[in-house]
Design a protein around this ligand. Structure first.
Ligand code: NAD
Length: 498
């Protein structure tokens, strides 16, 4: 059986791993490969490899670093079909969606290609008599990223694309559920001209994560995953003196005003609630129609739309979405459906028990729809991360807007309306990090930044864009004066430049 190994110093290796995890093909439900699970010894090997090359990489001028990113971007484009097929086979998302996953990462690489411009510092001439001040951004050294299963291409590239362009060496600890694509990315970086050891991949579970969090030479950790683990990574990493950004889970609401374009709303919810089987942190699993007429129309039309959805194996070009990632995750999603029923929500479409002919063992779930969900229900409060759409009815915009604002998660939110003033007010006041106005999945482009609020993110800086540059660099400010021959008076007071 195929074995996925660490990628350290440009080589595939088992290192000191004594344990292995299974990699499933979610479409067939069969184990297709194994992945070695590393710990502190393998992390040390990755740090050693990174240490050897990072100082020289940091000293390489930024346009040369950019050239590696340009070459890497080209390789992503050239290998898109192969990469998407590999990604889909382990994740379960359909091929077109895998291409989207890779494309969104590629766009971060495009942003990173502008690193010479992005790292230009600040300069003040004549801040005092004969005194100039300049500030530069220098890399942190060795940094690490810990990533979730649901975007095995985009999220690693959010992190290493920027970190490496800034002059750091990077250690990636990808999800053990779909680890092959991240390794391919590291191989392609090598092919693009990155030195061996600049981008290392160490596989594993909690043990590998703890090895990152406790390693004194790893200066910063970027994490994306579920909220409890994000909080753990944030607090443990920070307690160990690291810079940490840790993105967590989500429960995004879409508010439907009575004046919304309902054709568009139905199309948007269908894709955003069920695309990728709902396994997106920017999915739209909660619909909040305002007023009874809006709710009734939305629910009626949504049911018709859901009847047209095709669930299939990830390689099926006609499938709207594929299986969820694992049998355990399917069981979890189904338990939330059961919970919703017990809590008194009205289950209008039940996606449980879907079996696909010829792929009866695959981890499929049909789309589900709940009406009359209320904010006190546990199934509403928690993230389901599956193809389940919950409708919470509201009487007016104020009541509707309170729901996402008061929800424990605050990643994304959307409002559907033709009323610019209402949308503007909503966007300004809602207590959520990323807002869509008639945009169901408001994931900002690579040169803006990505990040939620509340339990959706721990730490101060967002992913990619200018905040990514900030996260992976430290500022040095130099105050300089050149001898003029005059000697200043001795002074015992703090220097001022009046
Ligand atoms: P997860 O939290 O289970 O795993 C994320 C990473 O943490 C993986 O690399 C995993 O190996 C590691 N990990 C797992 N258990 C651990 C433990 N006990 N201690 C330390 N590390 C551990 O998340 P997942 O299931 O892979 O991904 C789905 C979650 O990620 C969802 O909650 C989703 O909302 C979230 N997510 C958030 C964003 C965002 O930007 N906010 C983006 C994508 C996904």
């Amino acid at each position: 059986m195929r074995e996925v190994k660490h990628f350290i110093a440009g080589q595939a290796t088992r290192g000191a791993a004594t344990r292995d995890g299974d990699i499933y093909n979610p479409s067939t439900g069969q184990i297709q490969a194994t992945v070695c699970l590393g710990g502190a010894t393998d992390m040390q090997a990755a740090v050693d490899a990174a240490k050897k090359v990072q100082p020289e990489w940091a000293a390489t001028n930024p346009q040369r670093r950019a050239r590696v990113m340009f070459a890497f971007k080209q390789l992503l484009e050239d290998n898109m079909d192969e990469l998407a097929a590999l990604l889909s086979s382990e994740h379960g998302k359909v091929i077109a969606d895998s291409k989207g996953d890779i494309q969104r990462g590629l766009e971060v690489i495009e942003f990173a290609c502008g690193i010479p411009h992005l790292l230009k510092g600040e300069y003040t001439e004549g801040a005092g008599p004969g005194i100039d001040i300049y500030a530069t951004r220098q890399p942190l050294g060795i940094v690490a990223g810990i990533t979730p299963f649901n975007f095995p291409a985009m999220i690693p590239m959010w992190m290493f694309g920027i970190a490496i362009a800034c002059g750091n060496a990077f250690i990636l600890k990808p999800s053990e559920k779909d680890p092959s694509l991240p390794v391919r990315l590291a191989e392609l970086m090598l092919e693009a001209g990155a030195p061996e050891g600049l981008l290392n991949v160490v596989h594993g579970d909690k043990e590998a994560v703890d090895a990152v969090l406790h390693h004194p030479d790893i200066k910063a950790v970027s994490f994306v995953g579920s909220s409890d683990i994000a909080q753990y990574v944030y607090s443990t990493g920070a307690a160990n003196g690291k810079r940490v950004q840790a993105m967590g889970g989500a429960k995004n609401h879409g508010i439907i005003m009575p004046d919304a374009d309902m054709d568009q709303v139905i199309a948007d919810f269908s894709g955003a609630a069920f695309g990728s089987a709902g396994e997106r942190c920017m999915a739209l699993p909660v619909a909040v129609p305002v007023g009874k007429a809006t709710a009734d129309e939305f629910i009626g039309r949504m049911q018709e739309e859901m009847a047209k959805l095709t669930v299939g194996v990830s390689s099926d070009p006609d499938a709207h979405y594929g299986p969820v990632v694992s049998a355990a995750h399917r069981a979890k999603v189904e338990s939330y459906i059961e919970m919703g029923v017990k809590e008194g929500a009205e289950l209008l479409v039940d996606g449980r028990g879907l079996s696909l002919q010829g792929n009866e063992e695959g981890f499929f779930i049909g789309p589900s729809l709940f009406d009359k969900v209320t904010s006190d229900m546990q199934s509403y409060q928690e993230e389901i991360f599956g193809p389940v759409l919950q409708v919470v009815r509201a009487e007016n915009l104020e009541e509707a807007a309170r729901l996402p604002s008061e929800h424990p998660y605050g990643n994304g939110v959307a409002i559907f309306t033709r009323n610019g003033l209402a949308a503007r007010e909503f966007a300004s006041k809602v207590n959520v990090g990323m807002v869509g106005i008639n945009v169901p999945i408001p994931v900002p482009v690579a040169y803006h930044t990505f990040g939620g609020w509340k339990r959706s993110a721990f730490g101060d800086t967002n992913q990619h864009g200018p905040e990514g540059i900030k996260f992976y660099t430290k500022v040095k400010t130099v105050t300089q004066r050149w001898p003029s021959g005059d000697v200043d008076d001795q002074s015992f007071i703090i220097p001022t430049m009046k």
